[in-house]
Design a binder for this molecule. Sequence first.
Ligand SMILES: [Zn+2]
Ligand SMILES: [Zn+2]
Length: 343
Amino acid sequence: MTFCGIILCPPSHEIGIRDLIFLEPFQRVSECIRHKAGVIGGGMRQQCSIQPQGADMEFTVKFWGVRGTFPCAYASHLTYGGNTSCLEVSVGGRTLILDAGTGLRALGKRLMRDRIKQATLLLSHAHWDHINGFPFFEAGYCPDFQMEVVARDLTGCECIGDVFTSCMEKPLFPVPLKTMRAELGFHNLHVGDQLDMAPGLVVKTGELNHPGGAVGYRIEYGGKAFCYITDTEHVPGQLDQNILKLIEGADVVVYDATYTEAEYATRQGWGHSTWNEGVKLVREADAKRLCLFHHDPDHDDQMMAAIERDARNGFAGAFAAREGVVLDMLNLPQVAMSERAYA
Ligand SMILES: [Zn+2]
Ligand SMILES: [Zn+2]
């Protein structure tokens, strides 16, 4: 029997066999919403029916959406990309999806085309720009597709499935969530938990500073670490200890670089950060590359190029996320990035 299980552990990340408890398999979405959602926490391990499907020794990250706040279908924004947050991580035979922004629509088509039958969606939080691709996720309507959706416990909701149910109800959307025929499971995450997704594949989580809360993720596999840190705001003059712990020695850190320093001066409390703060964090944490992410809708390609240039002058390993770019995490020293045709 294969486990994609989710291992939870105390903040010290010490896992003992006595902490492992097997729960019932993921439930179909209708049951999940009607009854108790899967709760990940308290030193438990969860059984999962999803089997690894891809190549084992693979660790690639593709950017399907890099924009923050609002999708930008403007010619002036297409070099960096206009879709909101969505990354595909193909790792250890699994497909992980980070956030379900508008980039998720094209990713769903690619999964169908390449006959990928399973995925795990890890949500940073449930703000619109991170979930509004979900109703348009084609794979979700296919009965032979399986997906587990993991999000932090949300105030006022039993699970993230409640959020999608509300978003897809009339008069907001004509197709209710129950129309999705895929086998979906919705699970709550307690921030700080560690997820054991497959042999050698570990996902760690950390608290971010954002209105309503957000989760940062660190994916470890094959001796490499990829971190996804959005949405988050820094406290000026004070490095975020939660983030430092999560990104320590990482190979790539995707970071919320929504604002320039000048913009941030008038937008404190809005829940976002700057590339300058990202540089401070990766330097302190001895991380190798900083990927600017969650680009502000007001930052067109010209401005993004200037921001990327400035960031690279501040830290040689800095670059701005672009839609369609693929990172090969297992071959980063030779090929940091490769541009591939947009699917
Ligand atoms: Zn956002
Ligand atoms: Zn947000």
